[in-house]
Structure formats: C-alpha cells, structure tokens
Design a protein around this ligand. Sequence first.
Ligand code: FE
Length: 133
Amino acid sequence: MSEERTIPSDEAGWRERLNDREYHVLREAGTEPPGSGEYLETDEDGRYVCAGCGAVLFDAETKYAAGHGWPSFYDAVEGAVEFRDDHSHGMVRTEVVCATCEGHLGHVFEDGPEPTGKRYCINSLSLDFDPSE
Ligand code: FE
C-alpha cells in the first residue's frame, strides 16, 4: 500500500475510500481506543504511510515503545506532516496532520527520546505499514 493514491475532492469521496473507523480518525480528528491499534506492537523494518493518501510519513526506525497506548515515533519523514494548535477537550496540544491530504494522524508531545525529544503519538487507523523487502 505504498503507492500514492489520488486525493478525493470531497467528503463523499473520503467516505467511499475509508471505512467508518478510519473516516472518524482521519477526517473527524477522532482517536482510536488506547491499546487497540493494529500497529501498537509492530517492530519490523519498513515505513508507515498515510492510510488516506499513501504518502510516506514515518520510518519504522523511529518507532519506539512509549507505553501510552498508541504507536509512537520520535521523528516524522521530512515535510510529510504539518502541525496545528489543538485546544479541544480542555487541553493545549499540537495536532499532527498529513501534509499531503490533511488527514488527522495524532498529536506530538515533548516527552520523547533522543535525538529529537519528540513523541509522535499516532493512531494506527491513520497508518498503513509497508514492510521493507
Ligand atoms: Fe495523507
């Protein structure tokens, strides 16, 4: 699932492409239940691509076990994600979205490991895994 996909021009197109759970996370900034994600324990080499548009987002080398209930990465592929202030749910957080399709991925926090100190806390539902050959 590493090939770039076209980006639907409207929400009806996204409804067709994504299942209900993916739509809720990617297009409505939802959050999958902690500990439920398909890629929580994944530890293989490869890369994680956007489940919406196929853009490469995270290298598996930057994935680590943060113990927060969602897949965590200490870095994103350069230029692959964008950041937005998020004041929902009575918190001040930094939302992470796909730079290509603007799909919601998760949030980034400042309590990650070296070398970046970042913790990208990302929904499995926003990702597809592309193992390296
Ligand atoms: Fe995308």
